[in-house]
Design a protein around this ligand. Structure first.
Ligand code: GN1
Ligand code: MG
Length: 363
């Protein structure tokens, strides 16, 4: 029974909490995440790391803990109570390890739950978009003196466009006829954008755009807000790795500026929200702008387009592979997600001129 199992695992960690009950937090596509409710606060977040996806669990936790420690140092001027709300803090096991491996070979890690907080799957007001911009800009700013090469590349080539294209091409070879037919329009779209979608990667490979510490999963549901909609911190630091600023800018825009969720089937509801784009850009550049190079700045919009696109490409690839990577709720779920992302890419492209105007306003 899951309740007993979670209680047993919870008690393997070093804390004073007494287990009461749990709630599953189901918004992630990869790991299993539970809120552990104790008899007396604090509560905890207990997470089973999907070790099929994250092959080096120790490395993953080292990355996360290392980045959290760095953030805690940088924000050392805050009060203890405030600091606990602004940075994730992890709990060691009773044996002093940063994760627990259970008898079934599953890996678990735990952190303190940040109370009186909320997350959003979609954004419905400008303030949240602005606060989201400040949060991801601040994360990049505070980690700008953390050596990216000291981090383990936890999923190699995570946002590498050529790699994602080659996985897509492999999937085309093994996909069922039926799925190839269902996905025809999306497959054609992927081919049409091939050249443009490689521009950022070339700039990264040539060294024109420098490597930083990036979060790599800055979708808005990975940002934590207080109950007055003020940003607290970024969560889900599983994919913290060396990357370029465009990855984090892009993934936040992908979710903040979509007028629907990434699972929305009705594509007429999926459009690119320019007002939220402007609010996000404002917050992002307020916290990070000064440290961006002209070339980083220039390519931010293409970063957004590329990351929206790469998610569509990955969802499509998983659909063609027969749904082996992301959790799904029904057979066409990954196809729906990819169509949704490609619709957003189209809506983004239609607003290209207005997007450029926003950029010139804030530079
Ligand atoms: C996955 O598991 P979750 O929901 O945090 C994925 C991200 C995608 C996201 C799409 C390791 O994140 O790259 O952007 O789904 N994470 C991994 O919602 O592949
Ligand atoms: Mg994630």
């Amino acid at each position: 029974m899951l309740l007993r199992k979670l209680e047993t695992i919870f008690n393997k960690f070093n804390h004073k909490g007494i287990f009461d009950s749990y709630q599953e937090l189901a918004s992630g596509h990869i790991n299993d995440t539970y809120l552990i409710i104790t008899k007396k606060k604090p509560y905890f977040i207990l997470q089973r790391i999907n070790h099929e996806v994250f092959k080096d669990v120790r490395g993953l936790i080292e990355n996360k803990v290392g980045v959290s420690r760095h953030l805690q140092k940088k924000l050392g001027h805050l009060s203890e109570g405030e600091l606990k709300r602004r940075v994730l803090s992890f709990v060691d096991t009773n044996k002093g390890d940063s994760y627990y491996k259970d008898g079934d070979g599953n890996y678990w890690n735990m952190m303190y739950y940040i109370d009186n907080s909320q997350t959003f799957d979609i954004v419905t007001n400008k303030e949240v978009a602005y606060e989201g911009g400040k949060l991801s800009g601040e994360f990049l700013n505070l980690t700008s003196d953390f050596n990216p090469s000291s981090l383990i590349e936890i999923i190699p080539k995570f946002h590498d466009m050529s790699f994602r294209y080659s996985q897509f091409e492999d999937a085309l070879k093994v996909a069922s006829k039926e799925r190839l037919i269902q996905a025809k329009e999306s497959i054609d779209f992927v081919e049409d954008l091939r050249k443009e979608m490689h521009i950022l990667q070339s700039l990264k490979e040539s060294g024109d755009i420098k490597l930083r510490v990036t979060h790599n999963d800055t979708k808005i549901s990975n940002a934590l807000f207080d109950l007055n909609n003020k940003g607290l911190c970024v969560i889900d630091t599983d994919t913290v790795m060396p990357g370029i600023v465009h990855y984090d800018f892009g993934d936040a825009i992908r979710t903040i500026c979509n007028t629907a969720s990434e699972d929305e089937k009705d594509l007429s509801l999926v459009t690119f929200n320019l007002d939220y784009y402007e609010a996000y850009v404002k917050g992002f550049l307020e916290t990070l702008g000064n440290s961006l190079t002209p070339i980083e700045l220039k390519y931010l919009p293409l970063g957004a387009k590329s990351i929206i696109f790469i998610m569509g490409l990955r969802f499509l690839t998983d659909f063609l592979n027969g749904d082996v990577y992301y959790k799904i709720e029904y057979p066409e779920h990954n196809l729906v997600r990819s169509r949704n992302q490609f619709k957003l890419v189209k809506s983004f492209s239609e607003k290209h001129d207005d997007i450029q105007k926003v950029m010139s306003k804030y530079q």
